[in-house]
Design a binder for this molecule. Structure first.
Ligand code: AGP
Length: 633
């Protein structure tokens, strides 16, 4: 949540900062602001609302400044008003600060500063920082420590030692116009190296148009950016030797490429995501007849999988839905009892573990505060126990360079590429693929399934990309037409059973978050235990009915909804017989094995949500109140 960016170099900073913030808007868009240094003064401009409001304001200001910091906000402390927008400044308006995260002890610090006569202009936690730096500069011994590169750096360093919480910060001062200080403590921050110009940002898309040489800071590190280069230090002020690496991301990957919204582009990228996952996870030459070793290559040492007794998975939102599909696969294929927990709940009431319990954290961003805290807690409670406890931690993420990647040594990288739309689509499909690979691998290791069955599953998965392509082609128009009918609908119900129950939840979440229509997902059999009271002609029901263990049951449950006058939309491969009679509308998919069906059934639901939101004229990629990375608890 919140995006920060900083620039120092030879070009005009304002446009670079704005372009960077545009790429970070997915992290929050309640307000935006930038601070630059020009003619010995800090020039700070801020605006409530989205970045275009800030842009309009900046058109009136001419500043060829070559240093600056910027921020796009997701409000935590203080309403989304201009006075709470970042950057925040000290009393003399010489120091400007942007922050992503939360300063947990800001109340005490604020009281201490107030007692010294400091006056606060905002309700934010961040405003303590510029005041503390001003105070620290005042009290700095002269001459400054010989080991410190500059008084400004030293003052900032001393303040960082007083801050508690998870944060990334960028700071500049009009009195030190050739320095920009960037700090990371449990919130992402990457440094970019250009030709005579240097950057910092919450995420790489903000800087990829200028450089691909990047250095993600680690927790407890701070960087001093000057026109001459970048120095990295730890919080004790010890200089560290660090080398940038080359980013595997091109500027076009973070463009819409002709699609109206990032979400639609990302929905269409899903066949490619499945292909990339198949290539990476499954051995091309493995066959049942030649079943030497696992068909899966996850690059994880087998130690964490030996003698597994149970798996517990922690995640939030869409990742939690992927984990529920994972549970089905792990239990039904590999025979391993699996629990799925909301990370925010698990943290405060963790289930008991044994030495043979594997804990998996799933987070596409790798930055979700609740998931990270749950894993940190899990890591801690395993410490001091025998080695078996300690190794059984696994992360599944789309951003291996994220905080999760730093925290957990064993990671399954999902291969969605960067996702910009706030509503997760292709990262969900990528997580499903990771779970298919993990379940097949464990089924092989546990010998719960014959090699022939594994080969059948893998061959089925290999057909999925073209089935998704066909679904996209056939559903684009159908879902657009349905969206026309449902643009004014206020409530929706999604039904699924078995492996498709999580898809009902995901379909409802997609609709809620981008169209603001109330939607609920239920296991179809639960309807009669209460929720059926909600149904009438105004409440459409989307039912996922895939041939297999629960097809007849879902059809019966759909009948029950129909009897209450609901308009019924069927996501099903069966277009005749009973299905044709019951469903008012059909969203047909290919007839694949039930076990593989979630990768297909979710596609029409993503498209339906997208078209309803677009039809309602809403901001599909940046829905209200949301942010892509939820870095607060
Ligand atoms: C998905 O559409 C949502 N925006 C949200 O539920 C998201 O899945 C959740 O915040 C978890 O994010 P993560 O995967 O990055 O941890």
């Amino acid at each position: 949540m919140c995006g920060i960016v900083g620039y120092i170099g030879t070009q005009a900073a304002t446009e670079i900062l704005l372009a960077g913030l545009e790429k970070l808007e997915y992290r929050g868009y309640d307000s935006a602001g930038i601070a630059t240094i020009w003619e010995g003064e800090v020039n700070c401009i801020r605006a409530k609302g989205k970045l275009h409001n800030l842009r309009s304001k900046l058109e009136l200001v001419e500043s060829p400044s070559q240093i600056g910091i910027g921020h796009t906000r997701w409000a935590t402390h203080g309403k989304p008003e201009e006075r709470n927008a970042h950057p925040h400044m000290d009393a003399t308006l010489r120091i400007a600060v942007v922050q992503n995260g939360i300063i947990e002890n800001y109340r005490e610090l604020r009281e201490e500063l107030k007692a010294k006569g400091y006056v606060f202009r905002s309700d934010t936690d961040t405003e303590v920082i510029p005041h503390l730096i001003a105070e620290s500069l005042k009290n700095l011994p002269s001459p400054t420590l010989a080991t410190s590169p500059s008084p400004f750096f030293e003052a900032v360093r001393q303040v960082v030692g007083k801050l508690q919480g998870a944060f990334a910060i960028a700071v500049l001062s009009a009195d030190f116009p050739d320095e920009l200080i960037a700090i990371r403590q449990q919130a992402p921050l990457v440094i970019g190296f250009g030709q005579g110009e240097f950057f910092c940002a919450s995420d790489t898309p903000a800087i990829v148009s200028y450089t691909r040489a990047v250095l993600p800071l680690d927790n407890g590190e701070m960087a001093r950016l000057t026109p001459l280069g970048v120095e990295v230090y730890d919080f004790a002020g010890i200089r560290l030797k660090k080398q940038p690496r080359l980013l595997n991301l091109s500027p076009t990957m973070v463009e819409k490429q002709g699609f109206k919204h990032f979400m639609l582009k990302e929905i269409y990228e899903q066949p490619g995501v499945v292909r990339a996952s198949l290539d990476a996870y499954f051995k091309a030459d493995w066959t049942a007849a030649n079943a030497e070793g696992s068909p899966v290559n996850l690059n994880i040492d087998g130690e964490i999988f030996s003698d597994l007794e149970q798996i517990q998975i922690v995640a939030c939102g869409t990742s939690w839905h992927a984990a529920l599909v994972g549970k089905y696969l792990l239990e039904q294929l590999a025979g391993i009892p699996t629990q799925v927990q909301y990370a925010s709940e698990f943290r405060y009431a963790p289930s008991p573990i044994t030495a043979n319990t594997l804990t998996i954290g799933v987070t596409q961003s790798g930055e979700t505060a609740d998931t990270l805290a749950a894993l940190a807690m899990e890591k801690e409670r395993r410490q001091g126990k025998e080695a078996k406890y300690q190794v059984r931690l696994l992360g599944i993420t789309n951003r291996p360079e994220s905080s999760l990647g730093h925290m957990v040594p064993r990671i399954i990288n999902t291969l969605a590429g960067i996702e910009i739309g706030v509503a997760a689509t292709k990262t969900f499909i990528a997580q499903l693929m990771a779970f298919y690979a993990l379940a097949v691998d464990l089924a092989y290791r546990q010998k719960t399934v014959t090699p022939e069955k594994l080969e059948y599953i893998i061959n089925g998965l290999r057909q999925i990309p073209k089935e998704i392509e066909a679904t996209l082609e056939s559903q684009e128009k159908l879902t657009e037409l349905l969206a026309h009918d449902f643009a004014e609908t206020t409530d929706f119900i999604f039904l699924g059973r078995g492996i498709n129950f999580p898809i009902a939840l995901e379909g409802a979440l997609k609709l809620k978050e981008i169209s603001y229509i109330h939607a609920e997902g239920y296991p179809a059999g639960e309807m009669k235990h209460g929720p059926i009271a909600l149904l009438d002609a105004k409440v459409p029901v989307v039912a996922i009915a895939v041939p297999g263990s629960v097809y007849e049951k879902v059809i019966s449950n759909s009948q029950e909804a129909k009897a209450r006058d609901s308009r019924l939309i069927g996501v099903t491969p069966i277009e005749d017989g009973e299905a044709a009679e019951i469903f008012n509308d059909l969203l047909p998919i290919a007839n694949v094995d039930e076990l593989l069906s979630p990768i297909l059934t979710v596609i029409p639901l993503q498209l339906l949500a997208y078209h309803i939101a677009a039809r309602r004229g809403l901001d599909v990629d940046q829905p209200r109140n949301l942010a892509k990375s939820v870095t607060v608890e």
